[in-house]
Design a binder for this molecule. Structure first.
Ligand SMILES: [Zn+2]
Length: 86
């Protein structure tokens, strides 16, 4: 009885896994961006043509923010050095 239930649960899990795999393969087939493994430029594809643009915009924003932080901190650091003469 318990063995039978465990087998049924394993089969159900296997079916869920197979179904997820089938869905993923269908998405990959329909996507014009990625290769047959679902990769785009070495990264997992979102199968969304606008995702690449959003990512590029996010990276640009992050870089701008980092540049802004660096520019604000550098003068303060230089001022501290000038004030601390040996
Ligand atoms: Zn794709």
């Amino acid at each position: 009885m318990a063995k039978d239930e465990a087998r049924k649960a394993a089969e159900a899990a296997s079916e869920t896994h197979k179904e997820a795999h089938r869905r993923r393969m269908a998405e990959i087939r329909q996507c014009a961006l990625c290769d047959t493994y679902g990769y785009l430029n070495g990264r997992l594809c979102y199968h969304d043509p606008s995702a690449e643009e959003r990512t590029a915009r996010g990276v640009a924003k992050a870089r701008a923010a980092l540049r802004g932080t660096t520019q604000q901190e550098e003068p303060a650091y230089q001022n501290n050095n000038e004030g601390r003469r040996p």
